[in-house]
Design a protein around this ligand. Structure first.
Ligand SMILES: Cc1cc2nc3c(=O)[nH]c(=O)nc-3n(C[C@H](O)[C@H](O)[C@H](O)COP(=O)(O)OP(=O)(O)OC[C@H]3O[C@@H](n4cnc5c(N)ncnc54)[C@H](O)[C@@H]3O)c2cc1C
Length: 471
């Protein structure tokens, strides 16, 4: 005998049927489950998202709707404020319980709190689950209960904790969604008044994401990850960040598959898995930082640097956004982002450090632009990455260790393959000219370097010094 006759499962960043804690528990405890997603109703412009991620979301919802149909159910779409829409749906369906997976970011948590209040007021049971992470912020704390500011001790505890096992695919949700339960149509970009960006995005949906996961775990990329993950030309990392962002794959299943694969590997190859798992730990570290210090969305994590002067020059910022700075490695990264909605991690560090340390633009400008472009746009990792690069964050790059974009190019793209792929106008330029400041234009439509790295580096050091003194 199941506990509830009818329940709702509120989908958010968990758009899948396999290894989904909230959905699994909903169907275990209920005779029938109404699956629902609430669309946001902003129009035209949003500082934290844009056409790429919204288009990926549309594809993911289409796929989810199809997968639910295949098990005899129907995705209900509503639009507007989640607490109001869910309250209406709870009444319409006479549901006795609401199931949801917890969102690690502050905006998601705030809405969750409001929905919980609605449920309490209506006498509806509210069940929330850990799902987006292996370990939530309050599971990985010091002995005295305080949070870690530095990754290495955090990761020691994180790695040592027993990991949750993956859950099976949900095979039926009963017959709760009758014809009388109304739904909005599946959204397109027009829903938010957006136009396509023209970027070439990965195939959306749970099936495609599972293929990507199986390909990564089953290929040489996993055992070679430690050695090759910093090479931006070709695909040497997992490329699974958008799938984790939308929960198209479960983190428990990804982790379990990696560990299982490691059993078949030599000691040397296992290093690839260890390094990869530690990167998953960085994702949860930044989520924990955001949980304990939500103010990082407004200000520098490190108070020492809150008085540093930034210029935020419009023309320089525009050149950076367009991939037209005259620094080929920086421009190649930005062009990859514009063309695909994704950028290799090494390049994210290079372009972020360049924007903040060479162009003196505030990291918040870059943070927002990334969120508008990235299909894996994740508030915690993005803020963490930007503050790391600016030197102001938790466990950040020391502010005086300013990467030289010319040397970064030479080191990580020695034969210029990555640069030539993303900046076609440079395809015939001899490689040695790509990694040093050009005195003459490298190509007709390609600019000379817009700043002198050494001069800007000195300015940055001075500004950080002055900022510290002003405290
Ligand atoms: C300025 C800046 C902004 C960033 N913005 C985002 C963002 O919005 N969303 C996002 O998911 N990642 C972000 N990152 C982290 C990292 O660049 C991406 O996670 C990674 O490039 C995704 O590619 P992948 O899946 O092939 O990574 P892999 O190398 O295969 O790594 C495995 C997984 O570990 C996690 N991960 C890896 N590196 C990091 C990291 N430094 N911080 C947090 N998690 C990490 C990701 O979930 C990733 O999928 C940012 C980094 C920087 C420097």
């Amino acid at each position: 005998m199941k506990k509830y006759k009818t329940s709702l499962h509120w989908f958010r960043r968990d758009l899948r049927l396999v290894d989904n804690a909230g959905l699994w528990n909903a169907q275990q405890m209920s005779e029938q489950v109404v699956p629902v997603y609430v669309l946001s109703d902003w129009k035209k412009k949003h500082d934290w998202t844009g056409p790429n991620r919204q288009a990926f979301l549309c594809g993911n919802l289409q796929s989810l709707a199809k997968n639910l149909e295949a098990i005899g159910s129907r995705l209900v779409l509503r639009c507007g404020s989640a607490e109001r829409e869910l309250e209406k749906l709870l009444k319409e369906t006479k549901a006795e319980a609401l199931f949801v997976n917890r969102d690690p970011d502050p905006f998601g948590k705030e809405v969750e709190g409001k929905v919980k209040e609605v449920c309490e007021r209506m006498g509806v049971a509210f069940h929330s689950f850990k799902d987006a992470v292996l370990h939530e912020a309050d599971e990985v704390v010091k002995g005295d209960g305080s949070a870690y500011r530095v990754y290495t001790p955090y990761s020691k505890v994180w790695l040592g904790l027993a990991k949750p096992e993956p859950l099976p695919r949900v095979k039926s949700l009963g017959n709760a969604v009758g014809d009388n339960v109304k739904s909005e149509a599946l959204p397109t970009l027009a829903h938010w008044g957006l136009e396509e960006s023209g970027a070439e995005l990965p195939e959306a949906g749970e099936r495609a994401a599972r293929e990507r996961m199986k390909n990564f775990v089953g290929s040489r990329r996993l055992p070679e990850y430690a050695e090759k993950r910093n090479v931006p030309f070709g695909m040497h990392s997992s490329g699974l960040s958008p799938d984790l962002r939308y929960g198209l794959i479960g983190i428990r299943e990804l982790y379990a598959r990696c560990r299982k694969k490691a059993e078949e590997m030599s000691t040397g190859e296992r290093k690839g898995v260890e390094t990869y798992v530690k990167e998953l730990g960085w994702r949860e570290f930044y989520m924990a930082v955001l949980h304990f210090w939500p103010e990082v969305l407004e200000t520098d994590f490190n108070p020492e640097f809150r008085n540093v002067r930034w210029d935020s020059d419009e023309a320089l910022f525009e050149a950076w956004k367009a991939g037209m700075t005259g620094f080929p490695m920086v421009d190649a990264g930005m062009r990859q982002l514009l063309a695909t909605g994704w950028m290799h991690n090494r390049l994210r560090m290079i372009v972020a450090m360049f924007l903040t340390k060479d162009l003196h633009c505030h990291w918040r400008l870059g943070e927002s632009f990334f969120m508008q472009q990235l299909i894996d746009g994740e508030i915690a990792s993005n803020n963490g990455g930007w503050q790391w690069s600016a030197g102001t964050g938790a466990d950040a790059a020391p502010y005086f260790r300013i990467q030289n974009p010319w040397l970064q190019g030479k080191r990580f793209d020695p034969d210029g393959m990555y640069i030539k792929k993303w900046i076609p106008e440079l395809k015939d330029v001899p490689v040695e000219r790509l990694h040093e400041p050009a005195k003459l234009r490298l190509a007709k439509d390609y600019p000379l370097p817009i700043v002198d790295h050494h001069a800007e580096r000195d300015k940055t050091l001075e500004r950080f010094k002055q900022g510290k003194e002003k405290r």
